[in-house]
Design a protein around this ligand. Structure first.
Ligand SMILES: [Zn+2]
Length: 435
């Protein structure tokens, strides 16, 4: 099933002709409207007119997360704010977060790509969609919502948390599809077990999972517990949100990238060299139609490979393998992207702490848990005298982690010089989870 059969099955040659035309338009636009691109293209000695084929793409400089942060909040917008109808943002303190803008047309495109994704999962207007992705500044909740409405499905804007109520609604409203992180699906099943609910007896038929890695093993487990088909989507807020790629019901092997809207390359994360199709590398994206926040050669940090074999669903767009690795130190905690540097920024704003800390990530039941061990400074330790003061620091860390990064953390303050220090490295991350 297709939402937009013409574009989703476009022969490769026509698709590539469309891509190069759109790429040239994007380059002209960003070069003349966004200071960052003019500067970076000039520095690389490339002009938009030099890009005549898709292979010329590799002449263009990469964009990285720090380019995005350095232009916080609106420095990379290619349209005036009067044309922006929506703002989303990643987690992070001021200057370490990234803000994404959308024009009316961007929201329409995004909704269509989400509609394509949901139809690829076999959904129609007759489905009821239980959307347990968080609504708000993060892109996944609203992205799913608009796509579900676009295909005419009945969407339940459940958002995250409040598991008992989620289970009540799953029983009473009878949704046929659920969208959430894979670990939240497992958590709901655990809670259902406690309440004596048979998850297989629910009307759910399909689950659409993403925002964190979902291994084959986890997908299999969810399918078994719920008696549903579990499909993966690919999203990246910087590039658009969810709706960049989707696993199709017929193929069940990798996620199709909607190539009429995004160019995808794989590169060697060390050298930046473009890799041949099929080789494992870091995914790099270029947006072809975005108006407010276009991106050229953005390094995603996600490691995957391109699958170019024709898919039995009939879509002509290439696929990427599910993501289970990153090229950087980003952690995904309950679907929220967190960098150790962001944690450090939160901690350095709090007086009385040393910049030495340890991040311990584990599972508490099905869900991720985050523990922070932080050294207090010698001064605080010797002068504080009262346990109360230390408790205040602890509470402040918990609150700031939640407020700025959107994650709940357990905090353990420790005496100075008790954590192992690696020279030149403030943080040590211990990830005990198995993906
Ligand atoms: Zn397919």
């Amino acid at each position: 099933m297709f939402y937009n059969e013409e574009f989703e099955t476009l022969p490769r040659e026509a698709l590539q002709a469309m891509q190069i035309k759109r790429l040239q338009q994007v380059l002209q636009r960003v070069y003349h409207t966004v200071g960052h691109y003019k500067k970076s293209l000039d520095a690389a000695g490339v002009k938009p007119d030099d890009i005549k084929s898709l292979t010329d793409l590799r002449k263009l400089p990469f964009m990285t997360r720090s380019d995005l942060q350095n232009n916080y909040p609106f420095g990379l917008f290619a349209v005036p704010m009067s044309s922006v109808v929506r703002l989303h943002a990643s987690a992070g303190t001021s200057g370490r977060s990234t803000v994404f803008g959308y024009t009316k047309r961007d929201v329409d495109t995004w909704s269509e790509l989400m509609a394509r994704s949901l139809v690829a999962a076999g959904l129609t207007k007759n489905d009821i969609v239980h959307n347990a992705f968080g609504y708000g500044l993060f892109t996944t909740g609203l992205g799913m919502h608009f796509g579900a409405e676009k295909i005419g499905a009945s969407v339940i804007p459940m958002s995250g948390g409040n598991s008992k109520r989620q289970i009540m609604i799953l029983q009473d409203f009878g949704p046929t599809a659920i969208c959430c992180t894979p670990s939240y699906a497992l958590h709901l099943a655990e809670q259902g077990g406690v309440l004596g609910v048979d998850m297989k007896a629910l009307k759910l038929r399909v689950g659409i999972f993403g925002a964190e890695p979902c291994s084959q093993q986890v997908c299999d487990e969810i399918e078994k517990i719920y008696g549903i088909t579990a499909l993966n989507f690919y999203g990246l807020s910087e590039v658009m949100g969810p709706g960049i790629g989707m696993e199709c019901l017929e193929g069940r092997n990798g996620m199709h990238i909607f190539e009429d809207h995004f160019l995808v390359e794989t590169i060697d994360p060390q050298t930046g060299e473009v890799l041949p199709e099929g080789a494992e590398g870091e995914l790099v994206f270029t947006t072809l139609t975005k108006e407010a926040f276009p991106l050229v050669r953005y390094r995603s940090g996600d490691i995957s490979r391109l699958i170019t074999d024709p898919c039995r669903c009939g879509r002509s767009h290439i696929k990427i393998e599910r993501i289970v690795k990153r090229s950087d130190d980003m952690l995904i905690i309950r679907g929220v992207n967190v960098f150790p540097a962001q944690v450090e920024a939160v901690l350095t704003d709090i007086e009385g702490l040393e910049p030495h800390y340890q991040i311990i990530v584990d599972k508490s039941g099905a869900l991720d848990s985050l523990e922070l061990q932080v050294e207090v400074s010698e001064k605080t330790f010797s002068e504080s005298g009262s346990v109360k003061e230390l408790q205040n620091i602890e509470r402040r860390i918990i609150k700031d982690m939640k407020d700025y990064l959107g994650v709940s953390a357990r905090v353990k303050l420790v005496e100075p010089n008790t954590l192992q220090h690696t020279p030149g490295q403030a943080a040590k991350v211990i990830d005990k989870r198995r993906i």
